[in-house]
Design a protein around this ligand. Structure first.
Ligand code: ADP
Ligand code: MG
Length: 263
């Protein structure tokens, strides 16, 4: 039987993050990934303060959850990287959130989409690369599938996932589509390099199959637990319990530790 913890219990007593560790948040859209990622970022920022730099990359046109949390955490939103120089006080961190192009009537949507993605790709890559080169950074890719596949960031992600640790650069990624699609998928380093994994309920077997790539865990068992996770109706949202898997282990000797975290 896995231990069940509340979010508060987990954040207060169990979340033990070391710089350079990578973190996976995986579950279908709307299950509560972004909010949980921001909650953990908040406690991590409180712990490490200025010792690390914090960046969140948002490829979406609109995301109310992200906007709310950027404000709450003091992450200053910038549409470009590097941010425009300013005399304002240095923020606690940055949210790179490029402005999207809008097709005027009569313009070819495909042409606009290609331009739009190229612009967003450039900003997100610049921010990630800069954080990696400087080191001591947490870079959160909210929607890492989109960034990896449509914004062609897989090469950069595989580089930071394999070598980021030595730079104290941790990649945190929210993934709605572990299986990938015919268009592609997130680099497999995203499944075997991280230290921390949070999985929400996922009924798609193809998604759960990817969990086997983590190594060190029984994929059938993980798949079954993820399939059976509870969903809680909260307001208008269906929020999933999270299966947490830590490869750092609870004993400090490299074992795998697991628990279930409520909403
Ligand atoms: N633990 C929670 N309790 C209550 N509401 C939540 C919780 N987690 C997420 N939500 C709400 O559910 C909605 C979807 O959450 P979000 O984090 O944006 O999901 P995702 O990133 O997986 O699509 C948001 O409106 C968010 O505020
Ligand atoms: Mg989200």
């Amino acid at each position: 039987m896995l231990d069940h913890l509340s979010r508060a219990e987990f954040k207060d007593g169990y979340w033990d993050y070391e710089p350079g560790e990578h973190v996976v948040f995986a579950q279908p859209t709307g299950g509560g990934k972004s909010r949980w990622m921001y909650e953990l970022l908040q406690v991590t920022m409180a712990h490490y303060g200025d010792a690390l730099s914090y960046r969140v990359a948002i490829p979406k046109r609109r995301d109310e959850e992200a906007a709310r949390w950027n404000a709450a955490l003091g992450l200053r939103e910038t549409p470009v990287w590097p941010p425009v120089p300013s005399l304002r006080r240095k923020p606690a961190g940055w949210a790179v959130w490029p402005k999207h192009l809008t097709a005027a009537p009569g313009q070819d949507p495909d042409v606009i989409l290609v331009k739009d993605r190229a612009h967003i790709e450039k900003q997100l890559k610049a921010c990630c690369m800069d954080g990696y080169q400087k080191g001591k950074c947490i870079f959160c890719a909210d929607d890492i599938y989109k960034a990896a596949v449509y914004l062609h960031m897989n090469a950069l992600f595989s580089e930071v996932l394999s070598d980021g640790r030595s730079m104290d650069f941790g990649l945190w990624g929210c993934n709605t589509k572990p299986s990938g699609t015919k268009d592609g998928s997130v680099t497999s380093f995203f499944w075997n390099q991280p230290t921390h994994y949070f999985f929400g309920k996922d009924t798609d077997e193809r998604n759960r199959d990817r969990f086997g790539e983590m190594g060190g865990v029984d994929p059938k068992y993980i798949s079954q637990v993820v399939m059976d996770l509870q969903i809680h109706r909260i307001g208008r949202n269906n929020i999933s319990d999270q299966l947490y898997i830590s490869k750092a282990g609870s004993d400090g000797h490299g074992g795998v530790a697991m628990c279930i975290i409520g909403p």
